[in-house]
Design a protein around this ligand. Structure first.
Ligand SMILES: N[C@@H](CCC[C@H](N)C(=O)O)C(=O)O
Length: 282
């Protein structure tokens, strides 16, 4: 039997089991992650985050992310904020800004003096190889793409990658958006072979949106960091949100502030908290 030390953390209610893989051996296992993610019979979390040493020069850590269904994914924004808090609290680093390698590039989370965390999330991508989306001949993935959802109505959505794939739709009233139905339908849609995170965005004004996200491999969460970045990038490209200004993204779990303009990196600021630390025998 092995013992695994972990921290339970959250960023606006998007919750994580965080494991230090630099000082203890841990081989991620899909079945175990599903079991531990269960909110009734396990620890309960949306994602498991694994901190590993990096082999790359100038990079402090490697950051791996697993959804509650056990699938390994490329990026997690709320997790990135918890990551910098975790390595600080665990004494793994005394830097206020750390350089972290993910499956899709480098991100730089910085712990601010007020306790919030700002993350340089890198540039959004819009090309089909970055947004796993099946095109019909003659179609292009740009700021807007038009698709038909099986068995439901058609929808116009922005398709982009923040390292992980996102589809963002505009709605008039996010409280009554078909998050579960459309989120579930798009996971199985033939146009998204690697599934997709689905965002429903209501514009309040050009520096304030309301957002709900149905996450791939997890379902609707209280907040999604990369989903918030994807929504603001989409809103700026549509000319509905202020370019280069901090946009307030109101999520069920609280607020994130995101800024972006064409050609720049996406910056995200928000909280990260530890709930408890524990040990698990498995
Ligand atoms: N909650 C996250 C995103 C986690 C990964 C996502 N479900 C995926 O499958 O890509 C965030 O805060 O960004």
């Amino acid at each position: 039997m092995a013992i695994l030390k972990f921290s339970k953390m959250h960023g606006l209610g998007n919750d994580f089991m965080v494991v230090d893989g630099t000082r203890q051996a841990f081989l991620p296992d899909e079945q175990l992650i599903r079991q531990w993610a269960n909110r009734h019979t396990g620890i309960g979390f949306d994602q498991l985050l694994l901190v590993e040493p990096s082999q790359s020069a100038g990079v402090d850590f490697r950051y791996r992310i697993f959804n509650a269904d056990g699938s390994e994914v490329e990026q997690c924004g709320n997790g990135a904020r918890c990551f910098v808090k975790f390595v600080t609290e665990q004494g793994l680093s005394d830097k206020s800004e750390i350089v972290v390698e993910t499956a899709k590039g480098i991100i730089k989370p910085r712990l601010n003096e007020d306790g919030l965390v700002t993350v340089n999330m890198g540039q959004p991508r819009f090309t089909p190889d970055e947004v796993p989306f099946v095109l019909r001949s003659g179609e292009e993935v740009g700021a807007n793409s038009y698709i038909v959802v099986n068995g439901l109505d058609s929808a116009e959505m922005s398709l982009l990658s923040m390292g992980n794939p996102h589809a963002v739709m505009l709605v008039n009233d996010v409280a009554n958006a078909p998050v579960e139905d459309w989120g579930t339908a798009l996971q199985k849609h033939q146009r998204f072979p690697e599934r997709v995170n689905v965002g429903f965005m209501q514009i309040v004004d050009n520096q304030h949106i309301k957002l709900r996200v149905f996450e791939r491999g997890t379902g609707e969460t209280l907040a999604c960091g990369t989903g918030a970045c994807a929504a603001v990038v989409s809103g700026v490209r549509w000319g509905l949100l202020a370019a280069g200004e901090a946009v307030r993204v109101e999520l069920a779990g609280g607020d994130l502030y995101i800024s972006w303009q064409e050609g720049s990196d996406v910056m995200m600021t928000g909280p990260a908290l530890t709930v408890f630390t524990g040990e698990l025998a498995y």
